[in-house]
Design a protein around this ligand. Structure first.
Ligand SMILES: *Cc1c(COP(=O)(O)O)cnc(C)c1O
Length: 375
C-alpha cells in the first residue's frame, strides 16, 4: 500500500479560476503560466484543460517544459520565459521565444534569415525586477535595433513585477509607467504588438496593468498572492496521506528528533506518512496542522524525512463512539468545514503559497477530477 502523500487536483476549480481571471480582465487574451509543472498541479493535464477552454497562450520557464507539453499533444502557442531556445526547437515545437538580450536576438534573426524565415518573438523589458530583459530606461536604442531585425517579428512586449504580492503598489505603478512610457517611445513599433505585464496580483488588484493580455499563474490554482483567503478563487490541490500508526503516550513523553515536544497529557500520537522528503516543510515542526475527522490536529515534534507526528487526541475523542480509527489525514485542502489552505500552511512555515504548492505538488501520482456535467 502506498505510504506517501496522494494528490487530487480539481480541474473544475482551475476552470473556475481561469474564467474568473478572464472576467476580471474583460476577456483579454490570457497567457496561462504553467511553469514548474503548473505550480505542482500537473502541467500536461492543466494545459490540456486550458487548451480545451480556448486559452490564448501558455507560459513556461524553460523550453524543456514546452517540449514536454508538445509531446503530450498540446498545440496552443507556448511562450518560453527564461530559456533561449534555438531556432530548430522554436520551429519544431512552435515555441514563442522571449528575447531578453540583443545578442540572442541577432543570432536568432541571422539563423532565421539563413533558413528563409521569420521567427515570432516577444521582447522582455526590465522595469524593476532586475532579473532578465533589456533595461527600460537605458536600452532604448538596443530595443529599437532589434525591432528592425529582418529575421524576427516582434509580436509582443512583456515586463514582470517585482512585487508579486503588490505590498508595494507604488513600485508596481512605477514599473507600469516605465513599461508604458517605453512602448510610447518606440518609433519602430508596428501595430498588433501585445503588451503584457499583469501577473496574478495585478490581474486582481491593478486593472490598469491589464494592457493587451494578462499573464497569471498562482490565481489559476486558486490562491490570492495578497490575501490569505479569497472566496472568489477555488484552490485546486488536495493533499492527503495515510496515518501509519496511532500511539497512546502518557504525559511527560518526548516526541521526535531533538525532543522538541513533550506530551502534557495522555496523548494519541498519529504517525503520518509524509515528511520533508515529500515537500512537507520542516518549518511546520510544532507549528503546522493536519485535518483528521474534520478537526485540525497539531503537528507535534519535528517533521522527519518521511513521516511526521500529529496530536490526534481531540480529533479522535470527538468522533462518534464506535467510529473506526482514522486511516487518512488531509494536509492541504478541506474536510467538512475545516480548511487547510496553502497560504495558511505557508504562513506557519514562513514561506509563500507558491512554494507550498510546488513542493507538495512534486508527488508524481495525481488524480484529476473534472465534472463537466455540472453546467
Ligand atoms: C511566474 C510568472 C508569472 C506568474 O506570476 P503569478 O504571481 O504566479 O501570477 C508571470 N510572468 C512571468 C514572467 C513569470 O515568471
Amino acid at each position: 500500500m502506498k505510504r506517501g502523500p496522494s494528490i487530487e487536483i480539481s480541474l473544475d476549480n482551475i476552470r473556475h479560476n481561469y474564467e474568473y481571471a478572464r472576467g476580471l480582465s474583460n476577456n483579454r487574451p490570457l497567457i496561462a503560466v504553467v511553469k514548474a509543472d503548473a505550480y505542482g498541479h500537473g502541467a500536461v493535464r492543466v494545459a490540456t484543460l486550458l487548451e480545451g477552454l480556448g486559452v490564448f497562450c501558455l507560459g513556461v520557464a524553460f523550453s524543456s517544459e514546452a517540449i514536454q507539453l508538445r509531446e503530450a499533444g498540446i498545440t496552443v502557442p507556448i511562450m518560453v520565459f527564461f530559456d533561449t531556445p534555438d531556432i530548430e526547437e522554436i520551429v519544431r515545437y512552435a515555441l514563442i521565444p522571449v528575447i531578453s538580450e540583443a545578442g540572442y536576438a541577432r543570432t536568432l534573426s541571422e539563423t532565421a534569415l539563413r533558413n528563409n524565415m521569420q521567427v515570432r518573438a516577444h521582447v522582455k523589458v526590465d522595469t524593476g525586477m532586475g532579473r532578465f530583459g533589456l533595461v527600460s530606461d537605458i536600452d532604448l536604442e538596443r530595443i529599437e535595433a532589434l525591432l528592425t531585425l529582418k529575421g524576427i517579428k516582434v509580436t509582443g512586449f512583456m515586463s514582470h513585477f517585482s512585487e508579486a504580492d503588490l505590498v508595494d503598489m507604488n513600485f508596481a505603478n512605477i514599473q507600469l509607467d516605465r513599461f508604458v512610457a517605453l512602448m510610447a517611445r518606440l518609433t519602430a513599433l508596428s501595430g498588433g504588438v501585445l503588451r503584457h505585464i499583469a501577473n496574478s496580483a495585478a490581474t486582481m488588484y491593478l486593472p490598469q496593468a491589464h494592457l493587451d493580455a494578462i499573464r497569471p499563474g498562482l490565481m489559476l490554482y486558486g490562491y490570492d498572492p495578497l490575501k490569505q483567503d479569497n472566496s472568489a478563487l477555488r484552490p485546486a490541490m488536495t493533499v492527503k496521506c495515510r496515518i501509519l500508526d496511532i500511539r497512546r503516550l502518557p504525559a511527560g513523553r518526548s516526541v521526535g528528533y531533538g525532543r522538541t515536544f513533550v506530551t502534557r497529557r495522555e496523548t494519541l500520537v498519529g504517525v503520518i506518512g509524509i515528511g520533508y522528503a515529500d515537500g512537507f516543510p520542516r518549518g511546520l515542526s510544532n507549528k503546522g496542522h493536519v485535518i483528521v475527522n474534520g478537526h485540525l490536529a497539531p503537528i507535534i515534534g519535528r517533521v522527519c524525512m518521511d513521516v511526521s507526528m500529529a496530536d490526534l487526541t481531540d480529533a479522535i475523542s470527538s468522533a462518534a463512539n464506535g467510529e473506526p480509527a482514522p486511516r487518512e489525514c488531509v494536509l492541504l485542502g478541506s474536510q467538512g468545514n475545516t480548511v487547510l489552505s496553502a497560504s495558511h500552511i505557508a504562513s506557519a512555515a514562513g514561506t509563500i503559497s507558491y512554494e507550498i504548492l510546488t513542493c507538495l505538488g512534486r508527488t508524481p501520482e495525481k488524480t484529476f477530477t473534472y465534472q463537466t456535467a455540472d453546467r
